[in-house]
Design a binder for this molecule. Sequence first.
Ligand SMILES: NC(=O)c1ccc[n+]([C@@H]2O[C@H](COP(=O)([O-])OP(=O)(O)OC[C@H]3O[C@@H](n4cnc5c(N)ncnc54)[C@H](O)[C@@H]3O)[C@@H](O)[C@H]2O)c1
Length: 362
Amino acid sequence: MKTKIKYGIVGSGLMGCEHISNINLIDSAEVVAISDSNENSIKKAKNLISNDIKIYSNNNEIFKNNEVDAFIISTPNFTHHDIIKEALKTKKHLLIEKPLCTKLEDCLEIKKLSTSYPSVIWVAMEYRYMPPVQKMIQEIDSNKIGRLKMLSIREHRFPFLKKVDDWNRFQINTGGTLVEKCCHFFDLMRLITNSEVTQVYASGDQSVNHLNENYNGKVPDILDNAFVILDFKNGIRSSLELCMFAENSEMQEELCVVGDKGKIETGVPADASGKNSSEVRIGLRNSKNAIKELVEVDKKILSAGQHHGSTYYQHLEFIKTINNNLKPQVSINDGLHAVAIGEAAEKSIKENRVVKMSEFNL
Ligand SMILES: NC(=O)c1ccc[n+]([C@@H]2O[C@H](COP(=O)([O-])OP(=O)(O)OC[C@H]3O[C@@H](n4cnc5c(N)ncnc54)[C@H](O)[C@@H]3O)[C@@H](O)[C@H]2O)c1
């Protein structure tokens, strides 16, 4: 019989706590250690855990804890590079929150250092594991809509939340909005198209959010809206529309894929809508009627986080991968490419031009 997977959480803020709440729902896993430099974060995380745990204020100590099987790195983006390098020395399984690092150059170093790593390294890309997205991918893979030609993702949501020490207000800490959060969508696009991006054109700005905020004399410098157009090697074209001043949306994300035989549409309900289901609609060109299926998320799973159940489902896959000695579903290479595309999109906006992926040393 397999014993429980014992997790150590490095960084127990918003996302660290979401991981804890979801691990709490899984019988074959438990959190045994937490490391965070902020007392308030430790306190909140501790309140979620009923078993005995070890608390550390220093990562060097948690990385020496031999009881831990898998570390989750859920610290601010700009800390990932250094923390991952330390974590790699433990040889334990690692689940690293996105983005892998804030810069491609740092991701490349991590890739190099992790060659022949003996355990699982997985970059957390929760959007892959949202039930309606999973259903859409299954339908694409079963060739329902023929050969894929176009893919669009629209995210209309609330502004960036407040984080511990407001680290997410500045590009230098996050990598920029198109790296920080849109790496999720670029990862999803690579997964769905099963291809690599050749070129990126983006238009975006900080038009509304955080303009009246001031941190020690500095005004935040993060984009809050953008359009990004991406071309893939296999001829599929894709677009991302991001708006972060659209709180009152029913769907936070809307996805549409079109093949030569038909299209699939679905969405992820905004948390505030309280909805736990979304429709996956398949419209074939040679039929008047659409095939519609409602995909639901268990309310207990939904309420364990802010990512439509995906953190829970991702942990089930992560644990399965560990227990069965499988390859990670989201590799360092996937995390690295998602950052590179985000970096290309940020560059496209700054330089007002099409950016070729061949400009990057991938
Ligand atoms: N996958 C997703 O959908 C998703 C959603 C939100 C956040 N994230 C990612 O999760 C990570 C954490 O984000 P968050 O929203 O929880 O931020 P947060 O500010 O709420 O929490 C970060 C925590 O890390 C702690 N911390 C800072 N430096 C540390 C260090 N060197 N060692 C240990 N702890 C340290 C802070 O005290 C804080 O408690 C980020 O990389 C973010 O991009 C992912």
